[in-house]
Design a protein around this ligand. Sequence first.
Ligand code: NAD
Ligand code: UDP
Length: 327
Amino acid sequence: MSRILITGAAGFLGSHLCDRFIKEGYSVLGMDNFVTGDPRNLKHLVNHSLFDFIKHDVTKFIDIDGKLDFILHFASPASPIDYLKIPIQTLKVGSLGTHNLLGLARAKKARMLIASTSEVYGDPLVHPQTEDYYGNVNTIGPRGVYDEAKRFQESITMAYHRFHGVETRIVRIFNTYGPRMRLNDGRVIPAFMGQALRGEDLTVFGDGSQTRSFCYIDDQVEGIYRLLLSDYVFPVNIGNPNEISISDFAEEIIKLTNTTQKVVYKDLPFNDPMQRKPDITLAKKLLDWEPKVQRAEGMKRTFDYFKNLSKEDLHRSEHKDFTEYIT
Ligand code: NAD
Ligand code: UDP
């Protein structure tokens, strides 16, 4: 039986990956320090014979008993509001955390896949974004802590591959959504859906002409699964190319949620990318992969999840308090 370590296991993507690999018959070891994740995302797995969990901060030395065949490194704050509140932890998890995990992969002869991001393209001057575009990132801007950590993560991963022969894979994930996102993480989908459910106006940043392309979680997990098992070492975009402006998206959510609230406009955060859409030609060719879940269906499933959360979750203070994690 293959054994896989999944970091960031208590987060949105990580918990869905745990489910998928258990379904495929892998023995899954989850690791997380809960800084932006939630243990409740894993509660259905606690007594599963194929699941084990270690509470650990991956920026500290990692010691694992027994064999490991695969590592998925998904630990990292992922929402702009999260990584702006814990910028140093964000830089450390992408750099020190990735270094520790690559060392572990080397020692165990495991194949390691890292979660990179469309943010390596920054505010892109090429549209749609292809993997050979080097990006347009402001190193010293507020988002630089995330973007540069992820760019470093890609570089050190390629260095371990070239210098030490570690088997590595790099997925560049574009905006992904679905059940188990944290309602108060500040990303646009939980933000708009939370506002609709609380009877608040929907806050569009800037004039709403900036675009994003949203991928449903099941499609993302399928792409990652296929990439891990492929033999391709360079970065691969996984996302849904169906692009929409944020103002049109707010209108879609108003219709879906049936809210009587309206859109209000707030300042655009500094360096907020103006356009984003993956070119997925490579993933189609290499992995025979493309997204299957249309936005209308994915949004409906996601809204059903948020609707069924407790009142306490819905009204939990707007953003998470990270005090205990600041080191
Ligand atoms: P998330 O915040 O839900 O999950 C991240 C998890 O990592 C959390 O459970 C958090 O507690 C854990 N974590 C953070 N720092 C840690 C540390 N030092 N040690 C151990 N655990 C730590 O975010 P997500 O959306 O699930 O994102 C997961 C990964 O995918 C991240 O690496 C993110 O950069 C990447 N990604 C996500 C998206 C997206 O749209 N969701 C897009 C691009 C890239
Ligand atoms: N956004 C918005 N209102 C919100 C939250 C986000 O208009 O309440 C915008 C944000 O400025 C960005 C887009 O929605 O242009 C996507 O933001 P998100 O934080 O989800 O992720 P990003 O793609 O910027 O990393």
